[in-house]
Design a protein around this ligand. Structure first.
Ligand SMILES: Cc1cc2nc3c(=O)[nH]c(=O)nc-3n(C[C@H](O)[C@H](O)[C@H](O)COP(=O)(O)OP(=O)(O)OC[C@H]3O[C@@H](n4cnc5c(N)ncnc54)[C@H](O)[C@@H]3O)c2cc1C
Length: 483
């Protein structure tokens, strides 16, 4: 059906949120995502106020044969929260978070940010493990897996996910959890935005409040020694201690001392969830093996720590991403890292190795869609530059670096650290889980309506595998009345 002005006016009446199209005031703001490299022009952006709006927007897109992009926090590297000529379902106005402190359960709307959850949970001495920048969307981060400061002790973000409210590709609504649509619940935990639009996430919260956290910095020349120490140390450290290795440039401002500003260095960025005494004990080996040039570990409320790097990565800058899972860090890989890390193209560009041993590895690859629990690190190479003229240069550096270290990787990447890298990379991200995901996709989104994502293609439908066959106990999605 052609999208007429009358149809758009009907949609505007049907929703409580706002609708913005080309020519409307605020269109450029409405279409912009976090990565300044992405410049797409959707036909409409529906900024939803509630689940009913999301259902109406999905039905509208289907009726008018529009590609759908779903936007949570808009952080995604390849800009999967927007689409040319299609309909953006923007959840950015749906950010409410409700905490039940008696049950340690947290409900977050689909457009909430990690900072929204931190703010709401910290008041009760609770936390949900997320990522390292508070402006990131809970939606994309969780559906892709979620790695961050607390992963070694508490697992991936999906390991704390208890259930989700989901609007499906036909505009119906279901609850997915261990007792309802358990196939969908399995797929949502790592399978990205492929299966539906999550309007509410329900998480188990954990008792974490103030942490001992901060970076230790060493000279870049010492990086081989630091990496070798880190490689041996982190896997045997207590789970209360997380720490990601980083190549970085010291930011040109406080709290860093002026003499270090803009120096390329290497670091381990620690987070300890135990007492200050336990942190001092557990970090002593890192202080002993080689005295850090700067030791910035201190007591911090978790929300402050999770927001500590926000100012380094403001919205609208050029960003380019690559990443892999890593199981071994042989000396040859360390040499390859060093060669490229010495050429960090801007002070915000970086390489991180996030440890995913510990609690994330307590589950098997088959337990959820996230298929690399046997790896030890999720590696990300991340180039950032405010100047659009430098987009090619940062892309080149990232790809060259990635290609040099990729031979030492576990052969697949974390979907949230990827650009648009093609079907083979999506398959290698999901490995042995891909075919199961494709079957679940065929059940819940057989026409691939949700394809603006790291796309799992629906499996060819076998007889008897019709939509809904994965639903438990004869349940059906809540279908709105025909209009
Ligand atoms: C500065 C920065 C720091 C980061 N740090 C970390 C980190 O520490 N740990 C980590 O794991 N990742 C991190 N990431 C990566 C991040 O997880 C991904 O970019 C993720 O896609 C962001 O989610 P979003 O909701 O903000 O993005 P969006 O661009 O809004 O969405 C990303 C994808 O998720 C889908 N999606 C989003 N919300 C929903 C929803 N409610 N229902 C269905 N589909 C949805 C979208 O359709 C799209 O395919 C970081 C990214 C940035 C830019």
């Amino acid at each position: 059906m052609t999208m007429t002005n009358e149809a758009i006016a009907d949609l505007a009446l049907a929703v409580r949120g706002t609708i913005t199209g080309p020519g409307d005031l605020g269109y450029d703001e409405a279409r912009a995502v976090y990565n300044g490299m992405i410049d797409r022009r959707p036909a409409l952006v529906v900024r939803c106020a509630d689940t009913a709006d999301v259902m109406a927007a999905v039905r509208f897109a289907r009726e008018h044969d529009l590609a759908v992009a779903v936007r949570g926090g808009g952080h995604n590297g390849p800009g999967l929260g927007t689409v040319d000529d299609g309909l953006v379902i923007d959840l950015g106005a749906m950010r409410a978070v409700h905490v039940d402190p008696l049950q340690s359960i947290v409900d977050a709307e689909g457009g909430a940010t990690l900072g929204d959850i931190d703010h709401a949970t910290h008041a009760f001495g609770l936390a949900v493990p997320g990522g390292i920048i508070s402006t990131t969307g809970v939606g994309g981060l969780t559906l892709g897996g979620g790695v961050g400061h607390l992963t070694r002790g508490l697992g991936l973000t999906i390991d704390s996910l208890l259930g989700a409210d989901v609007v499906l590709a036909d505009g119906t609504f279901v609850r997915a959890d261990a007792d309802h649509h358990d196939d969908l619940f399995w797929a949502l935990r790592g399978g990205g935005g492929n299966f539906g639009i999550v309007t509410r996430f329900t998480f188990r919260a954990h008792r974490v409040s103030t942490v001992m956290a901060g970076p230790m910095l060493w000279e870049l020349d010492d990086a081989p020694e630091v990496m070798r120490f880190y490689r041996e140390f982190i896997g045997g450290a207590p789970r209360e201690l997380g720490g990601f290795f980083a190549f970085l440039t010291v930011p040109p401002g406080p709290p860093f001392p002026e003499e270090l500003h803009l120096r390329k260095m290497c670091a381990v960025v620690w987070t300890h969830t135990g007492s200050p005494e336990a942190a001092a004990r557990d970090l002593q080996p890192a202080r002993d093996f080689k005295r850090p040039v700067l030791d910035g570990v201190m007591a911090l409320p978790l929300p402050a720590w999770n927001a500590a790097f926000d100012a380094l990565y403001p919205r609208g800058q050029q960003q380019y991403w690559r990443g892999d899972f890593v199981t071994e860090l042989p000396d040859q890989a360390i040499a390859a890292h060093l060669e490229h890390a010495a050429e960090l193209p801007t002070w915000q560009s970086t390489m991180h190795l996030y440890p995913i041993d510990g609690a994330a590895a307590d589950r098997s690859n088959a337990d959820t869609a996230w298929a690399h629990r046997d790896a030890r690190w999720a590696e990300v190479i991340f180039a950032v530059d405010p100047d659009p003229a430098r987009a090619d240069a940062i892309r080149r550096w990232t790809i060259d670096y990635y290609e040099a270290v990729h031979p030492y990787s576990a052969g697949g990447g974390y979907v949230n650290f990827m650009m648009d890298e093609g079907q083979e990379r999506v398959r290698s991200a999901y490995r042995g889980n891909y075919d199961r995901l494709a079957r679940i996709k065929a059940r819940y989104d057989p026409d691939n309506a949700f394809h603006v994502n790291q796309n799992v293609r629906p499996a060819a439908r076998a007889a008897g595998d019709a939509a809904g066959s994965g639903r438990k106990g004869g349940e059906r999605g809540h279908r709105p009345p025909a209009r």
